[in-house]
Design a protein around this ligand. Structure first.
Ligand SMILES: NC(=O)c1ccc[n+]([C@@H]2O[C@H](COP(=O)([O-])OP(=O)(O)OC[C@H]3O[C@@H](n4cnc5c(N)ncnc54)[C@H](OP(=O)(O)O)[C@@H]3O)[C@@H](O)[C@H]2O)c1
Length: 294
């Protein structure tokens, strides 16, 4: 079976499939912008994880604010040790249907310690600040990044970064950390400069909202590809993107997301064969989408 292409995360000593798997729906079904759904069973998630691995989808994005997602992931990863890149977060807690934020040194340290226990890992691959809308307050006005840097030195985590909310926050994250998770899709490009800045600095870039949070219309792009394929292609055309994180509980959607990345890679190889070797991944090989023409 074909697998999704892999990319190195910037200049970090980390690599993974260009489509990752988000786990918010593994552990929480309240106050999300998705259609209502039931939390899946561990058996269902085990099958999803097996399919993901077969497809080369090996980057898992989770967070303490995703309800019981970390604990469930810990149980499921116990006999899949070392086969996935695990990204988690600090700073946001979701309790009683509400989010609260704390980026103090001790809460951040305790959160990382708890994630290690819940995920049953000795070291976390990447830990991100789970920022509120005012991300600069967490990035510049708290000891959180400094604390994560110390925990990196202690070997509790390999890399740290920021799941940012604003352009300014994203650019600061690129300066001060190893990685940034940024909202980007063909309809929302306001923070594109963060992706380019991260590329210049060799930092990892994860995309959130890359599949329009599931609000994919049934229309077609200019070359006949589906909107999903066009979303994936437009994201992967950005050579500075390490992986787009797509959340799904649906095995058919998982397969479609992988197939879209594989199709993108096949087209890229064909185009490379046709054009000069200097043509790079960002020359615009993705199909034209309505928002780009307007
Ligand atoms: N602040 C943060 O750090 C932050 C914020 C948002 C998201 N995230 C991360 O990013 C992940 C993705 O969340 P997102 O909001 O950015 O959403 P997204 O990946 O743009 O979309 C996820 C939604 O799309 C649907 N979907 C996935 N593949 C599909 C397909 N092939 N066809 C149709 N629908 C499809 C899923 O529903 P089905 O289950 O039905 O497939 C899910 O409801 C989250 O799980 C989380 O890990 C992080």
């Amino acid at each position: 079976m074909n697998r999704v292409p892999r990319r190195r995360f910037g200049r970090l000593d980390l690599q993974g499939g260009v489509v990752g798997l988000g786990t918010v729906k593994w552990g929480r079904n309240l106050k999300l912008h998705y259609a209502p759904f039931e939390l899946p069973s561990d058996a269902t998630l085990g099958r999803l994880l097996n399919s993901a691995e077969e497809l080369g989808i090996n980057v898992l994005d989770t967070a303490p604010a995703y309800g019981v997602a970390e604990e469930r992931l810990g149980r499921l990863l116990a006999d899949r040790r070392g086969r996935f890149v695990v990204v988690t977060k600090v700073g946001e807690e979701f309790e009683g249907g509400e989010s609260r934020y704390d980026f103090g040194a001790e809460p951040v340290r305790l959160s990382v310690e708890r994630s290690l226990k819940r995920l049953r890992l000795e070291c976390l691959d990447l830990v991100l600040l789970h920022c509120p809308p005012d991300d600069l307050a967490a990035i510049l006005g708290s000891p959180a990044l400094e604390t994560l840097s110390r925990l990196k030195e202690k070997g509790w985590l390999r890399y740290f970064g920021v799941s940012s909310m604003t352009l300014e926050g994203g650019l600061k994250a690129v300066q001060l950390s190893d990685a940034v998770m940024v909202s980007w899709n063909y309809l929302y490009r306001d923070q594109e400069e963060v992706i380019h800045a991260a590329g210049r600095e060799g930092k990892a870039v994860l995309l959130k909202k890359a599949l329009l949070s599931g609000k994919l219309s049934s229309g077609r792009a200019s070359d006949g590809s589906t909107i999903l394929e066009a979303c994936v292609a437009s994201a992967l055309d950005k050579g500075d993107v390490s992986a787009l994180i797509a959340g799904t509980l649906n095995p058919e959607h998982l397969l479609e997301n992988a197939a879209a990345a594989i199709k993108w890679e096949e087209k890229r190889r064909r185009d490379q064969g046709r054009h000069s070797p200097s043509r790079n991944a960002e020359d615009g090989t993705s199909p034209r989408l309505e928002a780009e023409s307007g």
